[in-house]
Design a protein around this ligand. Structure first.
Ligand code: ADE
Length: 359
């Protein structure tokens, strides 16, 4: 099995979120992560930690497809960035014993980009399209017959002499990944036979990911050290893997190289990643809503302008974890912080105190 990746895949993710302040803790792929991530990617379901229910379903789907000697149904993975959508697609390809072509929607800007990839696929291969919600209308329309009937509808000639040619394609499997399932058009979503959401990882799962990576990188780490990093990794293996490298540097320079709980905590404090895994951007977002907008609701555009981040970074990168951690709520009138956010930031909630004083 081989992985063929377009040169410009993930370029978009990098440029899209270029404004963030703390790259260590942001879950989108950074250019520097690519080789590192590829070197530690698990290749089998056994090595892939977490997403247990999803793995079990996928194993059955794969086995059934193999028994039928058919390619897998098209699959859509959605969920916050950094949870292992690309990794899982690679594991699926490995289990099916087929090659995988990896690209992302912004790299498929011109019709010939998508046509070129589709026409170069071999029977049974997997085409992985990241950020599939960003596919343009023309590319989508090229994909519909390709996904449904394994045909490309090509037009030749102009106006009155226009002819449609149906070019057959080999049977392939499309795996789409998105952080924004809601932004996928209905017709595209309907063409995926299997749709799965990836969940944030538990502390235990992240500690396992960290120990696995430490093993590969020959980094000495204690169980408590792995859990200390796991707790501050925002439920996201990509962040956990990035943090272990930073903490390992710190352990090597300031201590004896071994990551203990104390070393991990000290190092993460220096990186300004707090006990919930929040960084300075997350904290300024919560603080802004509390201090300037009385806890909210306030619109995301207002928040973005005030803290100097772009709306997309806030929506795609900061918010999924803040919502999951119960620190932020989305309401029809804007974002609101929860009492847990006041407690986490050590701010006394005036309203809560006012209410208490009534009794
Ligand atoms: N590295 C990144 N994601 C992983 C996962 N789910 N299991 C093991 N290693 C990983």
């Amino acid at each position: 099995m081989s992985i063929i990746s377009d040169n410009n895949d993930f370029k978009s993710a990098k440029s899209l979120h270029s404004g963030h302040k703390n790259p260590v803790i942001k879950p989108e792929t950074l250019e520097a992560d690519k080789n590192f991530e590829n070197s530690i990617r698990p290749k089998s379901f056994d090595a892939y930690i977490g997403q247990t229910a999803l793995k079990e379903t996928l194993k059955i789907t794969i086995e059934a497809a193999k028994k039928r000697e058919q390619p897998l149904d098209h699959l859509l993975f959605y969920g916050p960035p950094g949870l292992g959508k690309t990794t899982l697609a690679g594991v699926i390809a490995e289990q099916m014993g087929v090659d995988i072509r990896i690209t992302s929607a912004p790299a498929l800007e011109r019709p010939r980009d998508i046509i070129g990839i589709l026409m170069s696929l071999k029977g049974g291969e997997i085409l992985f399209i990241d950020e599939i919600h960003r596919l343009n209308k023309i590319a989508e329309e090229i994909l519909y017959p390709a996904m449904e009937d394994f045909f490309l509808d090509m037009t030749t000639g102009k106006s009155q002499t226009v002819k449609t040619l149906r070019v057959p394609l080999p049977k392939f499997t499309l795996i789409g990944a998105t952080t924004k399932a809601g932004e996928l058009s209905g017709p595209l979503r309907d063409r995926f036979g299997i749709i799965h959401r990836l969940e944030f990882y538990t502390e235990d799962e992240l500690a396992q990911v960290i120990k696995r990576t430490a093993g590969i990188l020959n980094i000495e780490i204690t169980e408590e050290g792995a859990h200390a990093i796991a707790r501050r990794s925002r439920g996201t293996p990509r962040i956990a893997n990035r943090l272990i490298k930073r903490v390992s540097d710190f352990a090597l320079v300031k201590h004896d190289g071994k990551i203990t709980e104390g070393v991990a905590n000290e190092s993460l404090d220096i990186l300004k990643i707090d006990t919930f895994g929040l960084d300075t951007t997350d904290r300024s977002l919560l603080r802004l809503i509390i201090e300037k907008y009385d806890g909210g609701p306030v619109g995301v555009e207002t928040i973005a302008a005030a803290i100097g981040e772009d709306v997309r970074t806030i929506e795609d990168v900061c918010e999924p974890y803040l919502l999951q951690a119960g620190l932020l709520q989305r309401t029809p009138r804007g974002r609101k912080v929860s009492p847990a956010a006041y407690r986490h930031l050590g701010i006394v909630d005036r309203d809560i105190n006012d209410q208490k004083s009534l009794f």
